[in-house]
Ligand binder design. Structure first.
Ligand code: CO8
Length: 258
């Protein structure tokens, strides 16, 4: 599939997906989200890809869902059409890790897309927000749910009720992003992190993603049991034998995803 609103590049086992609607600050429309979901599924099925980075432009990761596209829609249009649901569910089915590299605006659906990724690395210019309230609507892709789990009720209420933007420093302090780096270093940092992940055993990487995500869906007791069981299960893998042997032999492990 030839894409018009995203650019996909694969190098050294890392797929870099760049959102590319510069005239609309990468606002998410049906086409962009559809292409993104398709590309991510392609990455999942491509053995050469071991980690994925999603980024936007220097000015905007994505300034939200496309307001021009939504403005004329009726309740029936969005409800019966299930706006953005199939695409976001397809994105969430990707089992390989996805890093969001955010520079500039990550607002509304843009902030929510970043939160659908496994972690966010931000440039010091990043601005996060859920300004949907200014449009007479609310967040619809996780801004009241994932954001609350990430930064707690007080800040999530503040962001969703006032529509204010949070800068990178506050986002890191609040737990929304894992690292903040100078704008010029953003891609180097994100690709470096992706490269590091790409060197691990893919089996273990996918187990980590599943286990951390499980913590959002279950009780602590059940989550701990899940974690313990997947820990036990990994002893059936060749990569566990290799990883531990390499440690004892003081060498770099050669993982084979088995
Ligand atoms: N949608 C469509 N176009 C946009 C959007 C957007 N979200 N954001 C910016 N643009 C366009 C502008 O209209 C403008 O286009 P044009 O030149 O043709 O007028 C161009 O991008 C540049 O934008 P600005 O001139 O506004 O740039 P500024 O630097 O002055 O301002 C801002 C940048 C502050 C980011 C400003 O553009 C802004 O406030 N944008 C809207 C932010 C927003 O409200 N986002 C939330 C949208 S709603 C949402 O995301 C809901 C998601 C849930 C979906 C749930 C489905 C189930």
């Amino acid at each position: 599939m030839a894409y018009e609103t995203i650019i996909v590049e694969v190098e050294d086992h890392v797929a870099l997906i760049t959102l590319n609607r510069p005239n609309a600050l990468n606002a998410l429309n049906d086409q962009l989200l559809g292409e993104l979901a398709d590309a991510l599924t392609g990455c999942q099925n491509n053995e050469k890809v071991r980690c994925i980075v999603i980024t936007g432009s220097e000015k905007a990761f994505a300034a939200g869902a496309d307001i021009k596209m939504m403005s004329e829609k009726s309740f029936v249009d969005v409800f019966a059409g299930d706006l953005f649901t199939p695409e976001s569910e397809q994105i969430l089915r990707v089992r390989k890790p996805i890093i969001a590299a955010v520079s500039g605006y990550a607002l509304g659906g843009g902030c929510e897309l970043a939160m659908m990724c496994d972690f966010i690395i931000a440039s010091d210019t990043a601005k996060f927000g859920q300004p949907e309230i200014n449009l007479g609507v609310v967040a619809g892709l996780g801004g009241t749910q994932r954001l609350t789990r990430a930064i707690g009720k007080a800040k999530a209420m503040d962001m969703n009720l006032t529509g204010r933007f949070m800068d990178a420093e506050e986002a890191e302090r609040s737990g929304l992003v894992s690292r903040v780096v100078p704008a010029k270093k953003l891609m180097e940092e994100a690709m470096g992190a992706a490269q590091k992940i790409a060197e691990k055993s893919m089996i273990t990487v996918m187990v980590v993603k599943e286990a951390v995500n499980r913590s959002f869906e279950t009780t602590l007791r059940e989550g701990l049991l899940f974690e313990r069981r997947v820990f036990h299960s990994l002893f059936a893998s060749e990569d566990q034998k290799e990883g531990m042997a390499a440690f004892m032999e003081k060498r770099t492990p050669q993982f084979r995803d088995r």
